[in-house]
Design a protein. Structure first.
Ligand code: GS8
Length: 219
């Protein structure tokens, strides 16, 4: 029994997608509530008064904040279904290290590519490709980051793939030309129902990014 489970999120959010994939992988039913981040609802402010950010998972009235913490909570609470983190403590530490690396490095690059221009955009593009190449090296010849089964690190990174088209259009470059192995991995992940269901369509993300650019005068 999952109890009462509500996910507060916003459809274009990579962080929200992580929680959705984890819940889908576990086969847990939950209530999804779309938040308007430009006009945050009282429930979100009450559930995450510290950061006031999505995603928040509310389990039997109690909030869990921060996407990676949410995913780990889901994995620990429903541990019999499709384990997401490796069982070996060292492998688990490694998976957490790389998820932290993704959070520290990728988010800023993504923003720098779709929302900036000129030199700032070029710097973000260069750093983004460097980071992806490091991750490609970590993936090596494995099917997934953890080996033969889809897990924590895969679901931490794959949501960014839904923004790749937007980044390529805005930054006028090809990510696949630079990191073909990583793109092959992302396509493999997309074959999973949990991922395909949780990631928005690339065109929808692109139109959303264009709207944001207009709204904030970034064109
Ligand atoms: C980041 C969440 C976040 O940035 C996590 O959950 O992993 N470290 C956190 N959420 C954004 C939307 S996604 O870009 C958010 O809620 N922003 C609203 C705001 O900053 O006001």
């Amino acid at each position: 029994m999952a109890g009462e489970l509500v996910l507060l999120s916003s459809w274009p959010s990579f962080f929200g997608m992580r929680a959705r994939i984890a819940l889908e992988e576990k086969g847990i039913s939950y209530q999804y509530r779309e938040e308007n981040l430009f006009e945050k609802g009282p429930f979100l402010l009450q559930m995450n008064p510290i950061h006031k950010k999505i995603p928040v998972l509310v389990h039997n009235g109690k909030p869990i904040c921060e996407s990676l913490i949410i995913v780990q909570y889901i994995d620990e609470t429903w541990k019999d279904e499709s384990p997401l983190l490796p069982s070996d403590p060292y492998q688990r530490a490694q998976a957490r290290f790389w998820a932290d690396y993704i959070d520290k490095k990728i988010f800023n690059c993504v923003k720098g590519i779709w929302s900036k221009k000129g030199e700032e955009q070029e710097t973000a593009k260069k750093e983004f490709i460097e980071v992806l190449k490091v991750l490609e090296g970590e993936l090596g010849d494995k099917l997934y980051f953890g080996g033969h089964s889809f897990g924590f690190l895969d679901l931490s990174l794959v949501p960014f793939y839904s923004w790749f088209y937007t980044m390529e259009k805005c930054g006028n470059f090809s990510i696949e030309a630079e990191c073909p192995k990583l793109i092959a991995w992302a396509k493999k992940c997309m074959e999973r129902e949990s991922v395909a269901k949780s990631l928005p369509d690339s065109d929808r993300v692109y139109n959303y990014a264009l709207e944001l650019k207009k709204k904030f005068g970034l064109e």
